[in-house]
Write a protein that binds this ligand. Sequence first.
Ligand SMILES: Cc1cc2nc3c(=O)[nH]c(=O)nc-3n(C[C@H](O)[C@H](O)[C@H](O)COP(=O)(O)OP(=O)(O)OC[C@H]3O[C@@H](n4cnc5c(N)ncnc54)[C@H](O)[C@@H]3O)c2cc1C
Length: 466
Amino acid sequence: MTEHAGTNGGDRPLRIAIVGAGPAGIYAADALMKSDVEASIDLYERMPAPFGLIRYGVAPDHPRIKGIITALHKVLDKPQVRLLGNIDYGTDIDLDDLRRFYDAVIFSTGANADRVLGVPGIDLDGSYGAADFVSWYDGHPDVPREWPLDAEKVAVLGVGNVALDVARVLAKTGDELLPTEIPPNVYEGLKQNKALEVHVFGRRGPAQAKFTPLELRELDHSPNIEVIVDPEDIDYDEGSEAARRNSKQVDMVCNTLEQWAIRDVGDRQHKLFLHFFESPAEVLGADGKVAGLRTERTTLDGTGNVKGTGNHKDWDVQAIYRAVGYLSQNIPALPFDEQAGTVPNEAGRVLLNDSADTPAERFLPQTYVTGWIKRGPVGLIGHTKGDANETIACLLDDASAFTPAAEPDPEAVVKFLEDKGIPFTTWAGWYRLDAHERSLGEPEGRERVKVVEREDMLRASEPNKV
Ligand SMILES: Cc1cc2nc3c(=O)[nH]c(=O)nc-3n(C[C@H](O)[C@H](O)[C@H](O)COP(=O)(O)OP(=O)(O)OC[C@H]3O[C@@H](n4cnc5c(N)ncnc54)[C@H](O)[C@@H]3O)c2cc1C
């Protein structure tokens, strides 16, 4: 056993709590286990199941991405890692509790809310946050089971991958999505979807769109979706040309959009329009409900930015989805930058006082962040690996100065949770839930059917049983 410096010369593994069992937290556990320090890790998760936005964000028709879960299994299968699910940091356990049981705490709580969009009328009935809709179609237990899909024409605001996910799911038919893992309530909801036109709006131009080429081209693969781009929306300035030269991805996105702009429009049932240079100015309402969208035409200013032209256009839509970015929640007992939506940090060390010189005054001791809560809600799953490596390198640099935990015995925290009566789930419980979901899919030849209700997830996981 490696001696853990900082534990009074003790001869025990470093005890680490990681709060949030999404990709960032799991990669952090992996990085710790690959270091030459012996660590014993507990991964806390507020949901009964792990994997964060891979389970509750990635679109159901992206099975290859959902398959990253298989690689993450290898980390959680290791005996040095325990999953403690269905435990909400801030409600069930706090920082003082964690300090009792662990030498260091890493927060990887990600992001799950919608960034606010300040446009008049945005709060009308029929204006929805993308994060809420994503949670619905991905079977998140904490959102309503039904979703109103009675609009024939829908607007999606934003030109990132989440906007494309939302637009694609709205434009596909329920039957097209049935082979995926969507739960029965989502299939029933999507079957009733009346949307015939989905309009995606970007404030800037094709070279400023944030989607990845693969995700963009995928729109065209549906036998039910006609993707339409107006040739008038293809425009570049010097800044845009530079962006194309500097990024192969940007250039590929522009090439795809150009091809779509010049082809004939086919007769697939659902039309998905990608509009550029249209800045949302107002959501129009009637009887408290969305009745249209007013946009202002913009034009490039030479640098890749845009300015308004004063020309407005009204679009006949009855629902609006805001896909302008995710936002993290503040974490009790940690500083929080409301503007950035992140925990202030330096390479993962939680920053308390920017102007202090000594580490003791500068940082919240023995506390770290990784993933979207560290960096902000941008980037793919793979990017959280680099975050984790950087954070773990800092933690290991600091470890020799750690004040050791008072109760490092791994059983002590289990007793604490049991005494509080928390029905926590475990990694063995995930295997049971996973087998249950697969068995639900089997009769229909589907890989799995997701269980939605928290109670049902708990029942299948058999809490408190390792
Ligand atoms: C709609 C959508 C689609 C996406 N699609 C793709 C894609 O196709 N491909 C791709 O590579 N990337 C995709 N991404 C990006 C990817 O999901 C993120 O890069 C990644 O999930 C960020 O990882 P994270 O661990 O930081 O956060 P998260 O995945 O959000 O994980 C955080 C975890 O912390 C838990 N948690 C939060 N608060 C607490 C608390 N108080 N107590 C206990 N636990 C808590 C949460 O429940 C969650 O499980 C998508 C993102 C979104 C939003």
